[in-house]
Design a protein around this ligand. Structure first.
Ligand code: HEC
Length: 119
């Protein structure tokens, strides 16, 4: 084999290894360690502000009282789901037609506080 080719193969092997490590880090780091989730969980949420955000962004699908419309009922959702899970649900866009929201960490904390009041 030509020497140039060996170098190329070695470089590709190193690249593959680096890519594998990056993918492993992204997948294995628990969600609660990502900085966005951490600061959303650390900030004290204001349920009243969260309620206003909910009316504007969520009530059209989930109902003013979270009773469920197009989207499922959210009353008692905090009994079924963890805060980390709820943050992911709001920010990921993983379940269309629910859109992906990008509230800043304070707004996310406020929304969480509001979700905790829906019973
Ligand atoms: C366009 C309609 C729509 C909007 C707007 C919307 N959602 Fe949803 N949401 C849905 C639908 C549909 C589902 C069910 C998705 C699925 O499980 O396939 C859902 C699921 C959820 C769930 C999971 C409930 C469970 O028990 O599994 C939560 C929590 C939630 N939405 C919160 C919110 C919040 C908070 C907002 C506002 C920031 C919001 N949604 C805005 C449609 C919407």
């Amino acid at each position: 084999m030509a020497p140039g080719r060996t170098g190329l193969i070695a470089a590709l092997a190193v690249l593959a290894l680096v890519a594998a490590v990056v993918v492993a880090l992204v997948l294995l780091l628990p969600a609660r360690h990502d900085p966005y989730t951490r600061s959303s969980l650390a900030l004290p949420g204001d349920a009243e502000r969260g309620g206003r955000l909910f009316l504007i962004n969520c009530a059209g699908c989930h109902g003013i009282a979270g009773q469920g419309l197009v989207g499922p009922r959210l009353q008692g959702v905090d009994q079924r789901r963890s805060d980390v899970w709820l943050i992911r649900q709001v920010t990921s866009g993983r379940t269309p037609p629910m859109p992906r929201f990008q509230p800043d960490p304070q707004a996310m904390a406020d929304l969480l506080a509001h979700l905790h009041t829906l019973h």
